[in-house]
Design a protein around this ligand. Sequence first.
Ligand code: NI
Length: 177
Amino acid sequence: MEVLILENKTNSEKDRCLRQKASPVKNFNEEIRQAARNMMDAMRDGKGVGLAGPQVGLLRRIFVTHADGDEPRVFINPSIIWTSQEQVSIEEGCLSLPGVYADVKRPGKIKIQAWNEKGRAFTLEVSGMLARVIQHEYDHLEGILFIDRVNEAKREKLLSKLSKQAAGREKSQKISR
Ligand code: NI
């Protein structure tokens, strides 16, 4: 399962996928369970702590998390039903934006309702890293990336770093060919 990397180009199929709002999962069937397993594998391979459907070209409302000190979790059709007034600044990265990081301010505590891959509903009230990962992954379902949550100047900087890296990757591919 390939993780899509933002190209930041017009007419990019990958960007369109990363920038689109995902639609709800309708059936809790073997297909969605398999997708969840594949996403877990891709997240582990990428050494990530979370991965959302749109990042693997699946425009469905599903994401997986494995925050430090937490168990692996699957969230399907999630809704964030409460967020704390208090906000915290934590550094974020993203498998779709490799090599760039930025401090992002978000609520420190949230309550989320979702279904797992077996179709069982659950509610979680969390803070710390898991609350952070969940909010970042939830954003992916809305087509929002963490670079959208920093100021314009910072975003430009991150995007230019990304395109330099992409050019570097292309170059090294050509050489190795
Ligand atoms: Ni991400």
